[in-house]
Design a protein around this ligand. Structure first.
Ligand code: NAD
Length: 462
């Protein structure tokens, strides 16, 4: 148990204004592993003032120099790889191998990508008799969730910094230690003071203060739809730019011509990965009625194999929430074919990998984001029925389509109201734009699209 002091503001670790702290708990054994300061309005204000003061210098820094600092940041993260992976495992609970490859490996690649893009992006272009400048939006308030602690930070901070924006980060309460390691890497990379600032704290205090601060030009938020709505309203009232990365209830559509066993096995792995705490997880599997019972049996077998392999969910509240959904599914008529609401271990916030069959489109478990290792399997009659079910939620973040040939899967995917679709098990691509249709959000992260979120145009006519 370590008491971590200070917030990273204006290029240094400074004492917090108040004395309150947040306890960080290891969800695998329920032990408190550390504390961090719970930031107040005063801390947020100091961080935003530092970011504002640093903005003219950083936005005027030649992109090649910004690129060099970002490359140094990428290297500093890579040098801390083991420490970050261990910290993610300690505060999120994910198995160490998964922390290494996904929680740390992916964001290092993303940071490297934005370092490269900062050097090559055309921040100036000629359009007819105009010169169009792509200028930074200004001070960014970034509010991140706990499910991919480093990735969510890197996906906001590195494109914002590449664009020439300055940043104040308020990370999730459950995973602030990873955020502190990121701030340490920023410091080592030699970014000028105030360009990146970290304020730890609870959402309704530090998060809300950041979203409301009049000197924040853009709020970039990832998390629940409920909080996203509030942040959208705050930004709307102040005419601030806003990016919202919210929930999902993505469909995994298995067309009759698909390799059923492969589609089901990959589908189960997708849902169980990160203990189901992935906003783009394919939590609804859609299977033709002729293949339904076979798919259910395959899924039950696959899920049972994950029993000992997945980590806990992040905290007691999430565990209660996930179990509540399983119970609600059963109460509404779903059949548990793997797992269930019971406790698989005495200690730790574990939930059994669970598969619910006989789920119908109107059930709560088919409509609401569960954010745990729970797969719902629904049946469809024909392709039009599958499409109606797949598109029949308020969300539209991701999805998958499986078919005997790619063209058939692509034709179906083009009719889905969703931001990403994996065709026949296509791999996640961190360079492709990521973001939601409908209530899954506003804006896009990652790739070149992720950079343009932090730019605004100025046109000069000659
Ligand atoms: P949350 O939306 O409460 O928290 C996300 C971030 O927002 C955290 O940093 C939090 O401190 C901050 N926050 C909370 N209230 C705030 C407020 N009033 N103003 C400003 N910032 C505020 O999400 P959660 O409680 O961590 O998780 C709840 C649910 O959210 C999950 O079960 C899941 O459905 C969803 N979720 C989605 C994602 C995603 O990637 N889309 C990630 C995590 C959680």
């Amino acid at each position: 148990m370590k008491a971590h002091d200070g917030m990273y503001i204006d290029g240094a670790w400074r004492p917090a204004a108040g004395r309150d702290v947040i306890e960080v708990v290891n969800p695998a054994d329920e032990q408190v592993i550390g504390t961090v300061p719970a930031g107040t309005a005063e801390d947020v204000d100091a961080a935003v003032r530092a970011a504002r003061a640093a903005l003219p210098g950083w936005s005027a820094t030649p992109p090649a120099e910004r690129a060099a600092r970002l490359a140094a940041l990428r290297d500093a993260l890579a040098a801390r790889e083991e420490e970050i992976a261990g910290t993610v495992t300690a505060e999120l609970g994910s198995p160490l191998a998964f922390s290494r490859t996904v929680h740390v490996g992916m964001p290092i690649a993303v940071a490297g990508f934005y370092a490269g893009l900062a050097a090559t992006y055309a921040f100036e272009e000629k359009v007819g008799n105009s010169t169009v400048y792509h200028e930074p939006v200004g001070v960014v308030g970034a509010i991140t969730p706990w499910n991919y602690p480093l990735h969510q930070i890197v996906a906001k901070a590195t494109p914002a910094l590449a664009a020439g924006c300055t940043v104040v980060l308020k990370p999730a309460e459950d995973t602030p230690l990873t955020a502190r390691l990121f701030a340490g890497a920023v410091d080592e990379a030699g970014l000028p003071a105030g360009v990146f600032n970290l304020v730890t704290g609870v959402g309704p205090v530090a998060g809300q203060e950041l979203a409301e601060h009049p000197d924040v030009d853009l709020v970039s938020f990832t998390g629940s739809t409920a909080v996203g709505r509030r942040i959208g309203a705050i930004a709307g009232a102040a005419v601030k730019k806003v990016a919202l990365e919210l929930g999902g209830k993505s469909a995994n559509v298995i067309l009759p011509s698909a390799d059923l066993a492969r589609a089901v096995n990959v589908g189960v792995a997708n849902v169980m990965s990160n203990s189901g705490q992935t906003c783009s997880a394919w939590t609804r599997m859609l299977v033709h009625h002729d293949q339904y019972e076979e798919a259910v049996a395959l899924a039950a077998t696959a899920a049972a194999k994950y029993g000992e392999r997945i980590g806990p969910v992040v905290n007691a509240k999430q565990r209660a929430r996930v179990r509540g959904y399983i119970e609600k599914g059963v109460a509404e008529g779903a059949r548990v074919v793997a797992g269930g609401p019971g406790s698989p271990r005495e200690r730790g916030y574990f939930v059994s990998p669970t598969v619910l069959a006989d789920v119908t489109p109107g059930m709560t478990v088919a409509q609401e984001e569960i954010f745990g290792p729970v797969l719902s399997i629904l049946r469809y009659d024909d392709e039009e029925d599958a499409l109606r079910i797949a598109n029949g939620t308020v969300y539209g973040l991701a999805g998958a389509v499986w078919a005997g040939d790619e063209a058939e899967a692509v034709a179906f995917a083009r009719r889905l109201d969703t931001g990403q679709v994996d065709i026949n098990g296509g791999r996640f691509n961190p360079l492709a734009p990521f973001g939601g249709y409908k209530q899954s959000g506003v804006g896009r992260e990652l790739g070149t699209h992720g950079l343009t979120e932090y730019l605004q145009t100025k046109s000069l006519q000659f």
